[in-house]
Design a protein around this ligand. Structure first.
Ligand code: MN
Length: 291
């Protein structure tokens, strides 16, 4: 199999706040060349690098807001995140757990620090990805998948290299718990010091990784913590080495070859559909959710 070479190693840009609870570095779509089309089906990636939030009696986060046309996927590494939405779904995720919310035709939701975590304060670290939906599924029914510790599938690497947690898609013969609308793989590689792991994805899949913890080597090239590696759309396989213990989020997906019209919390195919989404939201068609 041919090697999938690195196209770019991208440092985190200056952080900004989403609400008052998420201090994030945006990678997709604001760090060139990570545009929505370049990384499709991943159209947004915010990364809250490890950051200490002091104790707070009022949970910090983002208040009620709408989404339509895609899925929000929140992966917690430190701290705990709570979610409520107008489809009646809610959940709390902690370290190593994932919220997979399909907004599709539209929901209101709120995202904030879990209550006990807020009260105690502590290190907070998470990733939020927006996974686009193909046109035919954009107006399907909203749903929620809480992927907790018990249903994360794990592949144990040889030679005590570590473990691959499969959130969606697969690694070797292990399939992830999350169901997806288009083919994609979302993996957490938790590597021990000295660990080595090989990955292989189809050439045309848009593929990248984010170093959550530790320093790693990708095809022999050193990559620092909190950096994103974008791979070329040629070759299939690459290798990650962990000179020290490391956590790496690996994403790879088949691009959705459709036009993208995005504005704020809506990702549709045309300008008309964005206007419709705003109108539907203003008319209360996304349901109701208390602050
Ligand atoms: Mn949201």
């Amino acid at each position: 199999m041919a090697t999938k070479k690195i196209e770019a190693i991208l440092p985190p840009r200056a952080p900004h706040y989403v609400g008052d609870g998420f201090r994030v570095h945006n990678f997709i779509p604001s760090v060139p060349p990570l545009s929505m089309q370049r990384m499709s089906p991943f159209v947004m990636m915010d990364y809250n690098s490890k950051f200490y939030f002091p104790p707070s009696n009022r949970p910090k986060g983002v208040g009620v807001h709408p989404h339509r046309g895609f899925e929000t996927v929140t992966i917690a590494y430190k701290g705990k995140v709570a979610h409520h939405d107008s489809a009646g779904n809610s959940g709390i995720i902690g370290e190593g757990e994932v919220q997979w919310m399909t907004a599709a035709s539209g929901v209101l939701h709120k995202e904030y620090h879990e209550e006990a975590f807020s009260k105690s304060g502590g290190d907070f670290q998470m990733v939020q990805l927006w996974v686009n939906l193909p046109a035919k599924d954009k107006m399907s029914k909203p749903k929620y998948q809480g992927i907790t510790k018990e249903n994360i599938k794990r592949y144990k690497l040889a030679n005590n290299s570590g473990v691959i947690e499969v959130i969606a898609g697969q690694y070797e013969d292990v399939e992830g718990a999350a169901s997806t609308f288009t083919p994609l793989h979302l993996l957490n590689a938790k590597l021990n010091k000295g660990g080595v792991v090989d990955f292989s994805f189809p050439e045309n899949y848009n593929t990248g990784l984010l170093v959550i913890e530790g320093k790693i080597k990708v095809n022999g090239t050193e990559v620092n913590t909190d950096h994103f590696v974008l791979f070329k759309n040629s070759g299939e396989s690459f290798q990650v080495e962990a000179p020290e213990s490391a956590i790496v989020l690996v994403l790879s997906g088949e691009p959705i070859h459709e036009p993208i019209a995005a504005q704020g919390p809506f990702v549709m195919n045309s300008r008309m559909e964005i206007i419709q989404a705003i109108e539907d939201y203003n008319m209360g068609k996304f349901g109701h959710l208390n602050d």
